[in-house]
Design a protein around this ligand. Sequence first.
Ligand code: ATP
Length: 298
Amino acid sequence: MNHIELKNITKNYKSNCALKDISLIFEEKRIYGLLGRNGAGKTTLLNLITNRIFPTHGYITLSNHPISENDALLERIYYMTESTLYPDSMKIHEVFRWTKTFYSNFDLTYANGLCEKFDLNPNKKFKTLSTGYNTIAKLIIALASNADLLIFDEPILGLDAHHRTLFYKELLAHYIKTPKTIILSTHIIEEIADLLEWVVILGKQSVLINESVASLMERAYAITGKSSDVEAFIQNRNFIGLEYLGTYCKAILLDKPTEETLKQINQMGLEKSKVGLQELFIKLTDVGGVLYEIPKVG
Ligand SMILES: Nc1ncnc2c1ncn2[C@@H]1O[C@H](COP(=O)(O)OP(=O)(O)OP(=O)(O)O)[C@@H](O)[C@H]1O
């Protein structure tokens, strides 16, 4: 499978516009984080690329074929959502076999191995599972599907810290063994940050960031120092957050520092530090993606 392309996608729910004129490519064999605040349009975007709902304007292609016209291509996508689609009375091992009728590459041995690792009894019925084990069962089915594109919408709902760690480990091992496109949409940013290669951040209706995590982390940095010095430093720079603490102040910038900038930071006696993906996300989406007004100096 190649890539998924969204071209000028708008999605309106009656008078409510969820996504507005979005163009985006999900390249093959990459792990993506799809991030956004509540109501930003993440689920809408995922429902669109899996053909569950249809765009108001624009089109979506999978391996250069319109997704709306090709059910065979959709079988190469596995979309794990919060809702459970299986009949309640089905046992987990029956769901495995049932899934194999749609996903011919479904790996039963791998699924049973994962059941052991997560301590999930495959003879249990879906409806008897706790919230956490319901999620675990769905994660196992997604991983064992062997689809080319795995989509996880809030994949860690109800999982305890041990099971979350195990899931991240298994996901990475699975990706290393059989590289594929993976999209993780979650609010638990800090935990998945190390897994991600690429991040798409949705603001209100639009894409704020579509960039490799490495490049984003190279651009982002924080500056701390006396408020007047920090305010002078951020003039004409792309800063996305400012926090005051007494006479001190911390600014978050998104602007790869040049040699000249580093020299200036030194000369002004300011302190430079790293910014994590979660902090960056919070700052970028704090005001709906609108950048702060820079305090004028002098
Ligand atoms: N079926 C629907 N009918 C009407 N409006 C909808 C429908 N589904 C979503 N919306 C609206 O579209 C916008 C985007 O919703 P969406 O569920 O895609 O956001 P999200 O980023 O997944 O949010 P969350 O993180 O809270 O799950 C919201 O304003 C939401 O109210």
